[in-house]
Design a protein around this ligand. Structure first.
Ligand code: C2O
Ligand code: CU
Length: 482
């Protein structure tokens, strides 16, 4: 007598598979999305849940993570693929996923209630979009963003171009994160630690809470995983700043870095620098030639940031274990630092276009303004004098070429991010610059940038500061069209 159980199981399994496939086809038809010519259907499952994790070695704590990893799993797809992400929320609070830098349909853009309802605890949501444009993108929580980012809900999304271009011996993604020991029980209304820390050296930035630790691929130094290289290799590093607030100035000791892409988009011509200032939400792809054997620090040169964790090691195969990083190396004087070096260079002006609509966004607010206005304005940030939801939306028409002047009158940086589109950066302080295409642009104290985008993805879109505290304090406007 033969046991039929294996056969039954096999049939059952087959049935489930067929059922799954037919559901998949139905869903695609419903959303009206098909992969572009040559593209494939790529399906992923992501679950957000709490876990115990050591951002800092020896300090187990609660993290919120996609698929129990910090950063979450790197999704790699090709331009034109149809990406489906079946998402389950096992967190104790609602969440959403935003696909940062991807031209997704507005209905799955992850902005709570503007584009989609938040996914409740225990809920699921299917995200579906065409992978475009190619480049280093990322995804992250867009609900209670300050907390959820700090707890670990961020990850790389790499969209490979259709034609591969330069071949690298290695392609490493390096995601910078922020972790706060009070992330789970935030009191973001606490006054920050004063003006002193805003002015480190010549860089005005966001007040920096010394309790916040910095991570490289989910771990604070010295626990951050080292990068291994071999002499002579051509290495691509993709930097993603997934910090809730802070910018970093990244330096690889002993090497220069050739910036090939900003926010995932090709930079032409590429620029060779010694250090890169990277604001929250921004990305840089760099090419490094492994021509200086040894063990080198890859770290942030802003005061205190290396000590607070923002460092990893680049180790050449066969090199002895003696990391070279000394105080004087941290001095960036005489270095070419992005973007300052670039902004002061002679620039080739891009072709002049005639915008259909023009807007100016004057960014202001913060502690100083609060003080002057006599209130506790510490957490109010404004665009043209108004805080979201009272800001005036940018009303445009499909097909418009939209020019926006960003002027930062406040004391702190504002990494401004536009959802659903990329924009060309055309002018700095009123002078034309060699254009670059971005989706996030750090505008520092008293800087003026002119950017332009084509309204080719109808919907209601967030245009906001990627510093979570500023965003929560009102530094958001909407771009709207049908
Ligand atoms: Cu990366 Cu509105 O966000
Ligand atoms: Cu800001």
């Amino acid at each position: 007598m033969k046991d039929k159980t294996p056969l039954l199981i096999a049939l059952l399994f087959l049935g489930v598979q067929l059922f799954g496939v037919s559901c998949a086809l139905l869903d695609v038809a419903r959303a009206g999305l098909t992969p572009r010519a040559g593209g494939q259907m790529r399906e992923f499952r992501l679950t957000a849940s709490a876990m115990t994790y050591e951002f800092v070695r020896g300090q187990p704590t609660t993290a919120w993570a996609y698929n129990n990893q910090v950063p979450g799993p790197e999704l790699r797809v090709r331009e034109g693929d149809l990406v489906r992400v079946i998402f389950t929320n096992n967190l104790p609070e609602p969440t959403t996923i935003h696909w940062h830098g991807v031209n997704v349909p507005t209905s799955i853009d992850g902005v709570p209630d503007i584009s989609q309802p938040p996914v409740p605890p225990g809920g699921t949501f299917t995200y579906e979009f065409i992978a475009t444009p190619a480049g280093t993108r990322w995804y992250h929580a867009h609900f209670a963003e300050h907390t959820q980012l700090q707890l670990g809900l961020y990850a790389p999304l790499i969209i490979e171009p259709r034609d591969v271009g330069t071949r690298y011996d290695r392609d490493n993604t390096i995601t910078f994160g922020e972790w706060s020991p009070d992330a789970l029980h935030p009191d973001h209304n606490q006054p920050n630690d004063g003006m002193g820390s805003m002015m480190d050296g010549n860089m005005m930035s966001t007040p920096d809470d010394p309790n916040v630790k910095f991570t490289v691929n989910g771990k604070a130094s010295p626990a951050a995983p080292p990068l291994l290289v071999r002499q002579g290799e051509r290495v691509r590093l993709r930097f993603i700043n997934a910090s809730a607030m802070q910018k970093h100035v990244i330096r690889l000791e002993g090497h220069t870095m050739k910036i090939t892409h900003v926010d995932g988009n090709p930079l032409s011509p590429p620029r060779e620098v010694e250090a890169i200032e990277i604001g929250a939400g921004e990305r840089y792809d760099v090419e490094v030639t492994a021509n200086n054997p040894g063990v080198w620090a890859l770290h942030c040169v802003r005061p205190g940031h290396t000590e607070r964790g923002l460092k990893t090691i680049v180790r050449y195969e066969g090199a002895a274990d003696d990391s070279r990083e000394s105080a004087d190396i941290r001095n960036t004087r005489g270095f070419r630092v992005w973007p300052d070096t670039i902004l002061t260079q002679r620039q080739a002006a891009g072709e002049t276009t005639r915008p259909d609509k023009q807007f100016q966004l004057t960014l202001s607010g913060g502690m100083m303004m609060g003080g002057m206005m006599g209130g506790d304005g510490a957490n109010t940030w404004t665009i043209n004098g108004k805080a979201y939801p009272n800001t005036d939306p940018l009303i445009v028409k499909q097909g418009d070429r939209v020019r926006v002047r960003l002027f930062n009158m406040s004391m702190e940086d504002h990494p401004m991010h536009l959802h659903g589109h990329s924009f060309a950066v055309l002018q700095y302080d009123g002078r034309p610059i060699t254009p670059m295409v971005r989706d996030t642009l750090t505008v520092r104290h008293m800087e003026i940038y002119d950017v332009e985008f084509v309204a080719d993805n109808p919907g209601t879109w967030f245009f906001h500061c990627h510093n979570a505290e500023h965003m929560e304090g009102g530094l958001i406007t909407l771009v709207k069209y049908r």
